[in-house]
Structures are given as C-alpha cells and as structure tokens.
Design a protein around this ligand. Structure first.
Ligand SMILES: *Cc1c(COP(=O)(O)O)cnc(C)c1O
Length: 345
C-alpha cells in the first residue's frame, strides 16, 4: 500500500480530512446497515436535538504502526463499552460493541494510507461520535441518531517531547456530583472552554477541577485524569467522591501495568487538594499523550511543586509511561488482548 504524500514529521494535532469516514443511522427503532462514506459533512434538521439539547457522546482512540509492520489499536473494546455507557446516560440507543469494533476496523483499513509510518510519533486519530438527529422541539430524547467515525492523521500531541505542564485550580466546576462527569459527552466540554481560557490567559497550561460539592478533593482536568506518586513510590490515583471523573482507559491501563508488571503498590482513593505536598510526582493521563508530567499545581497563594520542579518527567511516572508505550508499540509484551491488529501496514 502506497502511503499518502505527507510530511509526517510536520503533522500537528489537528483535523485533516482523510478518504473515508464511517456512518450509520438509527431510525424507527433500529440501527441501519452502516458503512464507509467519502462525505465528510453532515446535513441536519435545524431542530435536531444535538443542536439544542446537546444529545451527543464521543470517543477517542488511535491507530498506529508498529515496528514489525502492523497497524494496531489499543484496547478498542474499552472505547466501545464506554461509548455504550455514555449513550445510555443520555437516553441514546447504544451502538453495539461488536459493530463498533467492526466499524473501527473498516475505517482504519480504508484509510491505511493515512496511518503515519512507525517512528514518526504520529497516529491516525479516530473520533467515534453519535448524536440526536431527530427534529424534536420539546425536551425529550430524539427518535433518530447518527453514529460516525472520523479519522485524521495526527502528530505527537506535544512536539519536541513531553515537557512538564503548570496547572491552576479552576474557580469553576466541571461536573455536578452524580452528574455527567463520568460520561464522555460533548456537554462536558462546552463549559470547560471558559475555565481553560482563564487558565491559559494567566500563563498556565491547564485548569484542574476540584469536587464541586466541597471543593476539597482533586478530580481531573478538562480532558485528562490525574495520578500521583508518593514519597514511598506508591501510585496514588484520584478517585471521585461523587462519581464525576471520566474513567480514562489510559489511567486504568497504567494501574494494571503498575500493579501487575512493575509490582508497585497502587492506591485508588479520594485525594484532598491540601495533601498534594505529600506527592513526589504528578501526571495527567489520556490517549493523546499517555502521561504528561505536572510541574506544579497552583491555587491562589498555595503552590505544590512536583519532581523538584525539574523540566523532565519523574523516575516512577517515566518508567510507567515507558512501559505502557512499549506495550502499545509491541516492544514489551502486555496483557493479552490489549493490542489489537487491524491489518498489515
Ligand atoms: C477522554 C477523557 C479522558 C482520557 O481518557 P482516555 O480513555 O485515557 O483517553 C480523561 N478525562 C476526560 C474528561 C476525558 O473526556
């Protein structure tokens, strides 16, 4: 297969239209046949529920090339399951897991020429999403939906390696207790634009959210879970007191790697903001980067600095990241079924 004529090294983390998207419609109580499409636009009724009531959920995963010439995905079954959960929460008909996995396979194969070659640091980012298309004026679930997957080649999220980020605690909340914080829905992102803008305008890279009810516990940033390493080398994972943290697949994988492969002690518990001084290292985790080291977290007069304020990742998170990346790249053998082969590169 002939790769596209692209300067792979220069790719950014942005949208570039590829040859195919996947599309499937839900009408009269059932999902249709679905298939590939070369159309990358969506035409909707001006009254579609997604436009007025945000009835939309999404996922994000990557297809990438391994050294031994395969195109693979990392744990797409978990994306399929999480999207089913997200859909149920917004009274949308889940797109069945087996069909999700087949659609992912189809759209990657059709766009194989767009998957960045091994060694470029890039990947084909897949964005499965689903939205209400029915023209329902009253506030109630749509009767029609569309499921799509768009594919776009992306470069590494951070060019020139992973530099530590500086974070500020947001004065705004991300998700209400027992609200929608634990599902991957566009509605959780619309309101995060403002706090993020506040953070960056003050010179920080990200905004950190505390639990909305008591503003005592650490939750997560707008798009990544938070993990810590204490001075005894234990991995401490922030757990929500109100079920409002998104269950990151990267974070869940790191917990397994730490426990089962690196023999680390892992503690998943609520983490108070005022105890952050007890941690040696801090990181943000998500599909785009695996782990980004956190240099500091600031809230008005309080500032916690991690890893001695170094401009590099700390040793424990570094080891974790290296191991998970090694598994993803097929260099280290990980748990069975994590790396799923789609086709030959
Ligand atoms: C997608 C997402 C994450 C990261 O999840 P991964 O499955 O690891 O990519 C974390 N927090 C939020 C709010 C998210 O939407």
């Amino acid at each position: 297969m002939e790769k596209k004529d692209i300067d792979w090294e220069a790719l950014d983390f942005g949208y570039h239209q590829t040859d195919y998207s996947y599309v499937c419609d839900y009408e009269r109580g059932a999902w249709g046949e679905g298939g590939l499409t070369t159309s990358h636009t969506v035409t909707l009724s001006e009254c579609a529920t997604v436009l007025h009531y945000c009835q939309e959920v999404f996922e994000g995963l990557k297809a990438y090339s391994t050294q031994d010439g395969r195109i693979v995905c990392f744990r797409p079954d978990l994306n399929a399951e999480r999207m089913e959960e997200s859909a149920r929460r917004l009274i949308m008909p889940p797109f069945p897991k087996e069909r999700f996995l087949e659609a992912v396979r189809e759209v990657i194969k059709a766009n194989a020429a767009w998957v960045p070659p091994f060694g470029t640091g890039g990947s084909l980012y897949l964005r499965p999403f689903m939205f209400g298309t029915g023209d329902t004026l009253g506030v109630r679930p749509s009767s029609a939906y569309q499921f799509r997957i768009l594919a776009t080649p992306v470069g590494p999220y951070f060019k020139g390696g992973v530099a530590p980020v500086r974070i500020i605690v947001s004065d705004y909340d991300r998700a209400a207790p027992h609200g929608t914080g634990s599902v991957k829905a566009g509605l959780n992102y619309a309101m995060s634009l403002w706090p993020h803008e506040m953070a960056t305008s003050q010179g920080y890279d990200e905004a950190l959210y505390l639990d909305a009810a008591t503003r005592t516990f650490v939750e997560e940033t707008g798009g990544a879970n938070v993990i810590f390493v204490d001075f005894d080398g234990r991995l401490v994972v922030a757990k929500s007191v109100s079920n409002s943290i998104l269950p990151s697949i990267t974070r869940r994988s790191l917990v397994t790697v730490a426990r089962e492969m690196l023999g680390m002690e892992v503690i998943e518990r609520p983490v108070r903001f005022d105890e952050l001084g007890n941690f040696a290292e801090c990181g943000l985790c998500g599909t785009a980067t695996v782990i980004v080291p956190v240099e500091s977290i600031c809230d008005y007069d309080t500032e916690y600095v991690f890893n001695g304020g170094s401009d590099e990742m700390g040793p424990v998170l570094g080891k974790l990241r290296e191991t998970l990346l090694g598994i993803q790249e097929g260099v280290i053998e990980g748990p069975e079924g994590w790396v799923v082969e789609i086709c030959k590169a």
